[in-house]
Design a protein around this ligand. Sequence first.
Ligand code: SAM
Length: 275
Amino acid sequence: MAALDGLPPLRDVIQRHGLDAKKALGQNFLLDLNLTQKIARTAGPIGNHTVIEVGPGPGGLTRAILALGAKRVIAIERDARCLPALAEVSKHYPGRLTVIEGDALKVDFEALAPGEPVRIIANLPYNVGTQLLVNWLLPKTWPPFWESLTLMFQREVGLRIVAEENDDHYGRLGVLCGWRTHARMAFDVPPQAFTPPPKVTSSVVHLEPVANPLPCDVSALERVTHAAFGQRRKMLRQSVKSLGGEALLAKAEIDPQRRAETLSVEEFVRLANTL
Ligand code: SAM
């Protein structure tokens, strides 16, 4: 059955271009066009946006983003085998898809579409997903170059991204995301939706930047969250001992008997600013 966009079904594309999935590249492809559309729609309006996608693979999500009317898509793919398949998509949507071959970790994202409204949408390779997210949360300037991030992660990572205090999944990533963004869990995707199926459930999360994050030095925040969550079951007076322990906590007006996962983002920021 032909796909609604008039391009060949993804299964045929994968077969014709010999795109058997490589585990080392985190290749779990989405072939269900309803699902790729659902992910693209989660990003919000994209008609005036440049959408940046990491890891387009055979192009399923890319096609959904283009079919939904993105003004332009810039897709970064490491696996050269995918380029001919993506060239077919590009030909179908003249002038709207630019593919960059390379490692997304080495790309200067801020320089890709200067001055244009940008949304990032991606079914991320599991081995570089968290690092990319952290990089996007810590750009050179704020507000960031992106208006939103709509990203697929392993569910476990998704839960850490949206976690707030007093949640077992709350940790360094939750504090960073909570400090700089409004993050929400959009929906889960079961393993069977992918080819080949991964071992675990995945989740799509959607993040939008807060306009004015509480002023805080990133490295100080990282030091306190690293120490506090490094010994998350211990009382703070013990876990942040190397940073000043009880004296630091007293100055920040935080009870030394509390544990890391009970502190709100605001309290972590206060602790970092007291360092
Ligand atoms: N977007 C496709 C989909 O949803 O079916 C493929 C998603 S698959 C989970 C991840 C993709 O990221 C693969 O195509 C893989 O080759 C690519 N990839 C892996 N590491 C990468 C990296 N460092 N930079 C850019 N792309 C990468």
